[in-house]
Design a protein around this ligand. Structure first.
Ligand code: ASP
Length: 321
């Protein structure tokens, strides 16, 4: 039954250093404000989730859009995705370097009407990678930015530090036994609108010092994001492990079977930790946010911290880092 609009956003899971917590709080609060205003005006979950993620991409605190971590060539490498729970349509881009808001390209791949309005004829592709994704975005009039525009001083310095560290190896960054300052600040939003429809949006710069061409879970439907008539979910953490267990679908099926969103998120993360035991890797950790069609929200994480926040019509927003 149509009801109370709600929104949950996250700004990644990792051992967020004390010095970066204020910025994470700030960014999460701004994103909630953008999404909330759309839902309060009767806007759709799709538009609200996209707007929240656009705000998180624009905020330099997070590993998404401007502020993303750099790959081993010192370049940004971005992935994003969106899904509409009412239609099961989704769109995603992977490995783009010249878009400051890759989630907008994901939206246009999901939404034929929006694509036509932007001047591109949709043809049913859901996931585009690299140069092809950038060309699609350019045809739709999304701004092309120089990759350096996405690089902030903090990440340039982190990159220099990591490549100079004889103990650092990129495979360890991917595997989760990374040095404590290696961030996982993927961003995401799940939204429920007044019509009872759910949507999810996600955006990431991936993992630090990754091999060029590496793609994690974030642009993979069912792994990094998923939404249907029952629930919307968004994951963050060790992408290779998340994709292996298809974390979001796994939690969605538990919600469909009657579990609460928090319980389902916890169980799915436990399954990932217990199930993915690859030689030489740390325990598979991550985080999930979930929103059920009845407005019940939940989240769970198996890392020291998770930046997150939420809002529901008729109550005040909250933020925790
Ligand atoms: N899951 C993302 C990836 O592996 C990273 C993150 O969540 O921060 O690309």
């Amino acid at each position: 039954a149509p009801g109370r609009p709600a929104l949950i956003v996250h700004g990644g899971v990792w051992d967020i250093p004390d010095g970066e917590r204020v910025a994470h709080r700030h960014g999460v609060a701004i994103a909630l404000g953008h999404g909330r205003r759309i839902l309060e005006r009767g806007g759709s979950a799709l538009v609200a989730a996209e707007a929240a993620v656009v705000a998180l991409e624009a905020h330099p605190a997070f590993d998404a859009g401007r502020g993303s971590v750099l790959d081993r060539d010192g370049q940004p490498q971005l992935d994003a995705g969106m899904m509409c729970g009412a239609t099961l349509l989704w769109g995603a881009v992977a490995g783009v370097r010249s878009l400051d808001h890759p989630v907008r390209a994901a939206r246009l791949l999901l939404d034929d009407e929006a694509a036509r309005a932007a001047g591109v004829e949709p043809y049913g592709a859901r996931l585009l990678v690299g140069e092809g994704a950038e060309r699609f975005a350019a045809e739709a009039g999304l701004p092309h930015v120089a990759p350096e525009h996405l690089v902030v001083e903090r990440e340039r310095e982190r990159f220099e530090r990591l490549v100079a560290d004889p103990d650092f190896h990129p495979s360890r960054a991917i595997a989760g036994s990374r040095p404590p300052d290696a961030p996982r600040g993927t961003v995401g939003a799940v939204a429920l609108d007044a019509d009872g429809h759910l949507a999810v949006a996600i955006s990431t710069g991936g993992t630090p010092c990754a091999r060029p061409g590496r793609v994690g879970d974030s642009p993979l439907v069912g792994s990094g994001f998923y939404a249907d008539g029952m629930a919307a979910l968004c994951a963050t953490g060790w992408g290779e492990a998340i994709a292996t267990v298809q974390l979001c679908t796994r939690a969605a099926l538990r919600i469909e079977a009657g579990e609460g969103p928090a319980e389902a998120a916890e169980a799915a993360l436990r399954h990932m930790r217990d199930g993915v035991r690859w030689p030489g890797t740390a325990p598979a950790s991550g985080g999930l946010i979930a929103l059920r069609a009845d407005g019940t929200a939940g989240w769970a994480f198996t890392t020291p911290r998770m930046a997150r926040g939420g809002w529901a019509a008729g109550s005040e927003p909250w933020v925790e880092v």
